[in-house]
Design a protein around this ligand. Sequence first.
Ligand code: G3P
Ligand code: MG
Length: 246
Amino acid sequence: MNTVLNFAHRGASAYCPENTMAAFQRALELGATGIETDVQMTSDGHLVLIHDESLQRTAGSPKLVKDVTLEELKLLDAGSWFGPQFADERIPTLRELLELVKPHEGVQINIELKNGIALYPGLENAVIEEIRLQGLSERIIISSFNHYSLALCKQLAPEVRTGVLYAEGLYEPWEYAARLGASALHAYHYAVLPEWAAQAAEQGIVYHPWTVNEPAEMMRLLKAGVAGIITDYPDRLGELIKEYEA
Ligand code: G3P
Ligand code: MG
C-alpha cells in the first residue's frame, strides 16, 4: 500500500501566513509529504505563489497580481497580516518553492493554476517549462478549477499528472477525469463517498480531497480510501495517517 499523501494547503497555513516560504518550510518540518500552492503571473511574466487575484488581503496593496512587476511585488510584506513576526515574508516565486522542496526526496508539489478569474495566457506553458527546468515532473501534480487549462497542460506535458478541482456535485467524476487525461480528483471533501473512491480507483483515478482540518473528517476520508488529503494542519493529518496505517 502506498502511504496516503499529506498535502499542506498553501503550506502549513494554520501556523504561518499562507503561500510564504515560512509556511512551506514549516510544512516540511511538520512532516507534510506534499505541498499545495496557488500560482499566478505578474505583469512581467513571473510565476508567483498567491491565492487571491488581488494583493489586498495578504500583502496590503489594492493592486492586482497581474498588474504589478515581480520587483514591485517583492517589496510587499506578505506576513504581517498573520502576525508581526512574519513581517519579512515576501510572496515567493514558483522557483523558490521548487528549489526548497527539491532536496526533500519524495515530497510532492500540487501546483494549482489560479486562472479562473484572471486568465493569464501562457500560464500553463510557463509552469511546465519551470517544472522541466527543475527536473521535477514526476513529483508534480497540476490542478485547476479551469479544466480547459488542465487539458492544455496534458497536451503540452503528458508526463505531468493533473488533478481536476471541483467543489461539488459532478456525476461520475472519474469518467470526466479520464476524458481529461487526469490522474486525480481534487474534490471538495464532502463530495467524496467510499463507493465513489472505489469506482474511481477501478479506473486508476485517485481522490485528493480539500481542505480537511477536522480529525473526524480526516479519518472518514482515510477509511473511504483516498490517496491523499489537502489540509492546513499537516501535523494533525500526519498523526492520523500513522494511526490509520498502523
Ligand atoms: O487545491 C485545493 C484548494 O486549494 C482549492 O481551493 O481556494 O484554497 O485554492 P483554494
Ligand atoms: Mg489552492
